[in-house]
Design a protein around this ligand. Sequence first.
Ligand code: DC
Length: 233
Amino acid sequence: MSFNVAIDGPAGAGKSTIAKAVAKKLNLIYVDTGAMYRAMALYMLREQVPLLDTERIIEKCSQADITIRYENGIQVVQLNGENVNEFLRTEEVGKAASVISPIPEVRRKLVELQKTLAAHTDCIMDGRDIGTCVLPNAGLKIFLTASSEVRARRRYDELAAKGMEEDLQKIKADIEERDYRDMHREQSPLKQAEDAVLVDTSHMSADEVISIISQMCENGMQAFHGIKTFREI
Ligand code: DC
């Protein structure tokens, strides 16, 4: 049996930054499920499948073989054998992932992959439905959020640091649109699991969040495995 941590929350809440850092600190595998939906979206964009043509997407999704491997602790997403990591983090792919992710056939395929990964290894998995659907028995569930103003500002700063000038209000509107889509879809909508701990990072630094969540994970791991964690050994 493995110890799993589920982190859910809206786009831009800092899930991947936090999960990655905590995973490294505690020697857990980090599973980024958004990247899997992004890989599926990339496949549809490359195949020029209209994103609103659900039937074609269902037909095509069986031809997209998405697998995960780890290289020096970094998750590598393979699409039909190709490492596609460098193509996944664009706004276009993110938006397309949000549009196709409600399709049950897409979800079924990726959720199966996620469950298999978690069954075999202690991991931190982040996404939208991890605590509610993918890992309902996770040892620790966290719902990580922040106000849309704060999330838009973080995204703005991130783009500015790369020399990209974007309109803050437009970023905020995009984030709110994505939240709405992710929270109101019929299939596995984004919502806090009843037994998840709510962490609002609006007024916290990344280091503070990493420290709090690491502590929760350590306590959870200790209780689960009944052994001392690596720091105490
Ligand atoms: O976390 P992200 O921005 O990489 O996710 C991209 C999209 O994928 C997101 O808008 C909704 C979808 N997604 C999902 O439906 N379920 C998940 N577990 C993870 C992501």
